[in-house]
Design a protein around this ligand. Sequence first.
Ligand code: PMP
Length: 428
Amino acid sequence: MTTNHELFQRALARIPGGVNSPVRAFKSVGGEPFFTARADGAFLWDVEDKRYIDYVGSWGPMVVGHNHPHVRAAVERAIQNGLSFGTPCPAEVTMAETIAELVPSMEVVRMVNSGTEATMSAIRLARGATGRTRIVKFEGCYHGHGDAFLVKAGSGALTFGTPTSPGVPDALADLTLTLPYNDLEAAQKLFAEAGDTIAALIIEPVAGNMNCILPRPGYLAALRELCTRHGALLIFDEVMTGFRVALGGAQALYGITPDLTTFGKIIGGGMPVGAYGGRRDLMQQVAPAGPIYQAGTLSGNPVAMAAGLAMLDLIRVPGFHDELDRRTRLLTDTLQAAADEAGVPLSINRVCGMFGLFFTSGTVETYAQATACDVAAFNRFFQAMLQAGVYLAPSAFEAGFVSIAHTEQVIADTYQAARAAFVQAAAR
Ligand code: PMP
């Protein structure tokens, strides 16, 4: 039998850091990653046949659990007809119509192959449409690895202490202005000084890449108003929150209409997919309808569309998000109870199927508070949970994801593992 260790040694020789996306490497939590052989429902099995309850869910897409038969069957049907055509295909049209139906601000939609492509394309459009060059993002928010976004970024960039990456030219980084999340005054000040030079403000409406931070009441509405007043576009990056925090995404949950929105993860059902879209007058400026260029050989390919549409079938069933919310609440309530029992200070943020564990006693609403938490305690907790067969995101700065396949039994098993793990987290 091939072991995880053997595979990682081989991977290290041929793949940077042994992984194709940084946070997978376990560098910040210590130890070596496991290599997944198969996945089903709430579980992953590694190549040594150890089973894990999975709270990463492929970093978000697996909201119905892994390897769902409906999604798998749709993919199996689609591949009978070929993998990619390079011509338009019917499923792309259905996908655009379905997204527009579920998220009314998405009047016109362009499919791409990742969240990174979606955000890069959205800001090109914002710059092209406004004739302005600056964009505003928030410290600790992650919008993929496009140059413009690797400035005070979250996710792996934050985990590995390089929120602003070498290789991003200063001339480009200078065009990215950053603000502290949930600080309205700072945004008002920036817009008062430079509002009419700003093409777009891009935000994760629930921040999921500096752990999980919810917008303060009224914050998103105030940003909407600021953008409108200064002629800047508001872009909601819903790559993580889309179809997860509510069927219509965070914009439905909080009642805000952005000008543009980016999606990824869930709409691909596990295939490499992203999308951007929004106001018709803006999207009609994208090539070939308009002059702002953006393209993709595999964009809208029939297999990815089939997976995404099957996923959307499953989550648009009435009551889906209420049940996901209930399961996640059950999880976070029991984790809080386990931490309290062990005397470990823990604060949990949660919105529908997304949650964040902070090793601190106070509430966490800002980047500064998130980064001040006890990362070493999280790392001890992570390792103890892993040992017990529960896989959390291998970083203190990533949100956790629950799926509808996380049954009450799975959550009860997680609680039992957590009781012991919090005791280990408390021990220095
Ligand atoms: N935006 C957000 C909010 C994300 O969470 C991510 C990925 N975690 C991205 C963009 C980039 O997506 P991808 O990894 O598919 O390029």
